[in-house]
Design a protein around this ligand. Structure first.
Ligand SMILES: Cc1ncc(COP(=O)(O)O)c(C=O)c1O
Length: 394
């Protein structure tokens, strides 16, 4: 005790030392992650740690992230509107560029849509705004971390459904009839498996059981369907909420939730990720508006066709690749964490970048190489990547 009567506090835990111990454990189990450094515009080829490689590790499915029209739109807005939005949308951060982007989304998707800063924020924001302890969420076992976190934060009861199993979903809905709301939550095109679920069938199950459908189209929006409107629109289905991102096929950044007008307005009032976070930079919104115009037009059709052709070529060359036949995401199942990272390293040394994906991103024992193609991969780039893959893949 000192002369002021204060008790000496003896630090029993050093957070820094604890963090080191945790990192050492990640190294031991081959799960430490460290990013590589990209120089310049990441496209079908990318300069990674100083060397140019074929890029099979991006979600820039329509090769729009470096497109001159997006760059020009962002540049013009940067000049006119400055860098930051300055506040959350509800304080002073609603800029005319946000309003223009929401109008473009509404016109494209045929119903209101609200912006979020990321797909992660959109998923957590939507689920926490629409569900609480009185509700039950039926969540596909392979759903993205942001959906899982949204389920947890909502405090709803969560029933995990075997992947894309309509029978199991229906049985679970029957087993949990009593709740204020019942929400079925799934991706349409799964991010790490590349498969596409039967959205029409899931929607029909929801309708039979009076449950709402929340659909994450992060990997489908822009890349699939008429005008790139995604899997549900193509199936003629209107889920209660569709979440899409601008950071993948649209080549920009940010996200949206499209829904009926009342849900849209409620999200503005209840989604804490929206209410309590600085708005997207206006220039980013301007780039996304330019991306929507491209994705809806003939250029968008051409890019989707090129993407599908590249995806088919990939699977013809390596038939063991998973995912939808014409889909951009083609996982190669390896199983072992160390083996998948070693394979990724060997490919990189030969100029081909495909990311190894380990738990907790995917379930234990299902580590995989996640290969993704884009519309912009040239035949020579694909040929080179395929030859290397065929040589090195076990
Ligand atoms: C299925 C799915 N939903 C949501 C997200 C998050 O989107 P964003 O990158 O815009 O935060 C991702 C991205 O990795 C995803 O794969």
């Amino acid at each position: 005790m000192d002369s002021f009567g204060r008790v000496d506090i003896v630090a029993t835990v050093s957070l820094e030392a604890d963090a080191r111990t945790e990192l050492d454990e990640l190294v031991r189990v081959h799960r430490l992650r460290a990013p590589r450094i990209v120089d310049g515009r990441p496209g079908p080829a990318v300069v990674l740690d100083g060397a140019e490689v074929v890029n099979l590790a991006s979600n820039d499915y329509l090769s729009l992230s470096g497109d001159a029209r997006l760059v020009r739109a962002a540049q013009a807005s940067l000049e006119a509107d400055g860098v930051g939005a300055g506040a959350s949308r509800l304080i002073t951060g609603t800029h005319r560029q946000h309003v223009a982007l929401e109008a473009a989304l509404g016109d494209w998707l045929g119903r209101p849509a609200r912006l979020f800063n990321t797909g992660y924020a959109a998923n957590v924001g939507v689920l926490t705004a629409l569900a609480d302890a009185r509700d039950v969420i039926f969540s596909d076992e392979l759903n993205h971390a942001s959906l899982i976190d949204g389920c947890r934060l909502s405090r709803a009861r969560v029933v995990v459904i075997p992947h894309a199993d309509g029978g199991a979903l229906e049985a679970a809905l029957r087993a949990h009839p009593a709740a204020r709301r019942r929400l079925v939550v799934t991706e349409s095109l799964f991010s790490m498996d590349g498969d596409i679920v039967d959205v029409a069938a899931i929607h029909a199950i929801c309708a039979r059981h009076d449950a709402a459908l929340i659909l994450d189209e992060a990997h489908a929006i822009g890349a699939r369907g008429t005008e790139g409107r995604g899997v549900a629109a193509d199936a003629g289905v209107v889920p209660d909420v569709v979440i899409g991102t601008f950071g993948k096929a649209l080549g920009s950044f940010g996200a949206f939730a499209a829904s009926g007008p009342a849900i849209t307005e409620l999200l503005y009032n209840r989604a804490r990720m929206f209410v309590f976070s600085t708005a997207l930079p206006p220039s980013t919104a301007a780039a996304s508006t330019a991306a929507i115009a491209i994705v809806r037009g003939r250029d968008g059709d051409d890019r989707r066709r090129a993407l599908a052709a590249n995806a088919r070529q990939l699977r013809e060359a390596i038939p063991t690749l998973g995912g939808a036949r014409d889909g951009a995401i083609a996982p190669l199942h390896v199983g072992n964490d160390m083996a998948v990272m070693a394979l990724s390293e060997r490919l990189l040394a030969r100029g081909v970048f495909a990311q190894g994906i380990r738990p907790p991103t995917v379930p234990d024992g299902t580590a995989r190489l996640r290969i993704s193609v884009s519309s912009g991969h040239e035949p020579a780039q694909l040929q080179r990547a395929l030859a290397t893959l065929r040589e090195l893949v076990p």
